[in-house]
Design a protein around this ligand. Structure first.
Ligand SMILES: C[S@@+](CC[C@H](N)C(=O)[O-])C[C@H]1O[C@@H](n2cnc3c(N)ncnc32)[C@H](O)[C@@H]1O
Length: 270
């Protein structure tokens, strides 16, 4: 890959792993380890080291989607990387698919969906708060460098949403996702997957009832616990603190309508 150029973002990383996401422009950048002039980064390769004016060494890396999401502007809670990764995988997302998402919030999930479906896919994202929609649009465009061709942002309430043509996947991150199940069940194609993330188990139970009533099967519910470890010459143990809870992920599949041979819904987790 070519060296860094003006206008790009670079991830400056200290020897201790502290990270700064900085735009490459004709300006100095200072942190507690000293100052570098950002134009000195131009032409260097990923993994190179640059020295600050105090002699501290910083690695130069390109920004991963995880780094970007954790550093972007946000006015809402976002879905954390461990859950984003699992949702994209369990949805069996691939390039070219049509996806419906609500709410959009700051756009963390939106970014992952767009990366997975690519330019040839179609993402319809429904958000009822215009100020959050504007922030998400800015976060998405800043990441991709321009408006993403697959991204269609709709300001409105998912409960009033209607769409012509089926979608392959639905993603919900809403305070009351069960109210969205009826409208999305009319647009998701048979065999399509619906994923929902909720922090409270009460929400999950409401969702389960609604999914059951609206013709979804293979409903599974899980949460993921990620425990980071501290490893160095002297220590190999878990960190004292962890993010113990983020949310429950639900995955369900739409069954064919009006088929007497379709068995009644059962939870796939025993
Ligand atoms: C937790 S945030 C979503 C965060 C987002 N998934 C992310 O990763 O950045 C929930 C969003 O749902 C939106 N919302 C709540 N109810 C809604 C509804 N009925 N229709 C559309 N959007 C809704 C809120 O305005 C908020 O922006």
């Amino acid at each position: 890959m070519a060296g860094f150029s003006v206008g790009e973002w670079v991830l400056l990383t200290s020897q201790k792993g502290k990270k700064w996401l900085v735009k490459i422009e004709d300006a100095p950048y200072s942190c507690h380890l000293g100052t570098i002039h950002m134009t000195d980064v131009v032409g260097r390769e990923e993994g190179d080291i640059i020295e600050t004016n105090t002699g501290a060494k910083l690695f130069l890396f390109r920004v991963s989607l995880e780094d970007y999401i954790l550093n972007m502007k946000r006015q809402t809670q976002i879905i954390y990387p461990k859950d984003l990764a699992a949702m994209v995988f369990h949805a069996d997302l691939h390039p070219g698919q049509t996806v419906l998402e609500s709410g959009v919030g700051s756009g963390a999930l939106t970014l992952c969906l767009l990366r997975a479906i690519g330019d040839g896919g179609r993402l319809i994202s429904v958000e009822k708060r215009p100020e959050f929609a504007a922030q998400a649009m800015e976060n998405v465009s800043r990441y991709f460098g321009a408006k993403h061709p697959a991204f269609h942002l709709v300001i409105g309430d998912i409960q009033d949403f209607s769409l012509r043509g089926p979608v392959d996947r639905v993603f919900l991150d809403l305070p009351e996702p069960w109210h969205a199940v009826a409208p999305v069940s009319r647009v998701i194609r048979e065999g399509g997957l619906l994923l929902s993330l909720s922090p409270n188990v009460g929400q999950v139970q409401w969702m389960w009832r609604e999914l059951k009533a609206r013709g979804f099967a293979n409903v599974s519910t899980f949460e993921l616990l990620k425990r980071d470890w501290k490893i160095d010459e002297l220590r190999a143990r878990p960190f004292d603190r962890m993010v113990a809870h983020t949310g429950f992920i639900m995955v369900a599949r739409k069954v064919r309508r009006n088929r007497p041979d379709v068995p009644p819904l059962q939870s796939s987790s025993a």
